[in-house]
Design a protein around this ligand. Structure first.
Ligand SMILES: [Fe+2]
Ligand SMILES: [Fe+2]
Length: 361
């Protein structure tokens, strides 16, 4: 992989007059790499241990049934396993892309996915296991097969296959790369992950959307979880923006027919719904709003990507001059009241007016 990167770097350097990277072109693409560097955060330090301890105490003191806790634990396990899976599955794309600017961004994305996995690992050790013990529930590793239903296994197996196909002889084609983006950046990162964030925000934070089922004030606020999720969402918005832009570029260039995007995403939607609407644990939680949200999110992604007029954010690079965003309390302020747009979906500080309109459609 190192050799492949070096080759691409040297090769690209010969094509540009300014050095190894074409900084002008990088900025025109939205400055994703610069944005990633500027928004760096430390998964070991940025979410204080005290905040996780508070989650732990609240869960121990809560009136949740054991089955409700088991359901919550399974959702954390799925998230953590998902972050591990995407960390591993992105490597083939880094090798397949021969553009140094793209390669730099994907390398930052692999690093960020690993950071996300670290956060969920911390949450398991500092919150989930101690709460299970306090409740007299058997401690399980986050990889226990109990947590993963068929829909989950199917979606991630398909994503792994789509990514690793790029390494096979003759398979690193534009068509296959677009299919890979559809699996990874659109289905998993955009639709599934964003739906899960939306659900967590509704269930465990007063900054989230209002669900009828929590109207009676029974919500247990988990500030440590929401703090971690907020930072992860900010990264994921950048990842999704990159994937969407790559797919849109290929459509605009006539490299692929947009029907591929529709077919791939629609084929994956039942698996996403099957994960969101697990039904394995006996709780009162009604997943209907989440399934609807996932379906709507998927339709909007297709609309935006296939719209000739939509400008995909972020167009401009984020730097010190543009202010820092991403704190816990900013979520509700940056989400529009009508459109259900999830903050962190894109780094909205960098989105032009056209981009915001496109995402709010
Ligand atoms: Fe991630
Ligand atoms: Fe991601």
């Amino acid at each position: 992989m190192i050799l492949a990167t070096v080759d691409a770097t040297v090769c690209h350097a010969t094509r540009t007059a300014t050095g190894r990277c074409d900084w002008t072109r990088t900025r025109s693409r939205g400055g994703y790499f610069r944005n990633a560097v500027y928004r760096h955060w430390d998964p070991y330090e940025a979410i204080p241990a005290e905040l996780l301890a508070q989650d732990r105490e609240r869960l121990i003191d809560s009136d949740w049934t054991d089955e409700e806790f088991r359901g919550f634990r399974a959702s954390i396990a799925k998230f953590g396993a998902g972050e591990e899976a995407v960390t591993e599955d992105l490597a083939p794309l880094a090798i397949a892309l021969d553009d140094i600017d793209d390669g730099m961004f994907v390398s930052s994305q692999i690093y960020e996915e690993a950071k996300h996995a670290v956060f969920f690992d911390r949450y398991w050790r500092e919150v989930i296991d101690p709460v299970a013990e306090a409740r007299g529930i058997e401690r399980l590793p986050p990889t226990d097969e109990e947590f993963f239903n068929d829909a989950y296994v199917q979606l991630f197996d398909r994503t792994e296959a789509a990514m690793h196909r790029l390494l096979e002889d003759g398979e690193n084609t534009v068509h296959n790369r677009v299919v890979a983006y559809c699996h990874y950046h659109l289905a998993v990162e955009s639709v599934l992950a964003q739906t899960a964030y939306y659900g967590y925000q509704a269930q465990y934070s007063d900054t989230g959307p209002e669900f009828d089922q929590f109207e009676d004030g029974t919500r247990t606020e988990l500030d440590g979880l929401i703090e971690g999720i907020t930072r992860i969402r900010s990264d994921e918005g950048r990842h999704v923006g990159f994937g969407m832009r790559k797919v849109q570029e290929h459509i605009e260039a006539g490299d692929v027919d947009e029907v591929i995007i529709r077919e791939t995403l629609q084929e994956l939607l039942p698996h996403i719904a099957g994960i969101v609407d697990d039904g394995q644990y006996d709780t009162d939680f009604d997943s209907t709003p989440l399934v609807e949200y996932a379906s709507e999110k998927l339709s909007r992604r297709i609309e935006i990507i296939t719209s000739r007029d939509a400008e995909l954010p972020p167009r401009r690079g984020a730097g010190p001059d543009q202010g820092r965003r991403g704190g816990r309390c900013r979520l509700s302020r940056s989400r529009g009241p009508r459109d259900g747009l999830v903050a962190g979906d894109v780094p909205t500080a960098d989105v032009g007016l056209a981009g915001r309109r496109a995402l709010q459609q």
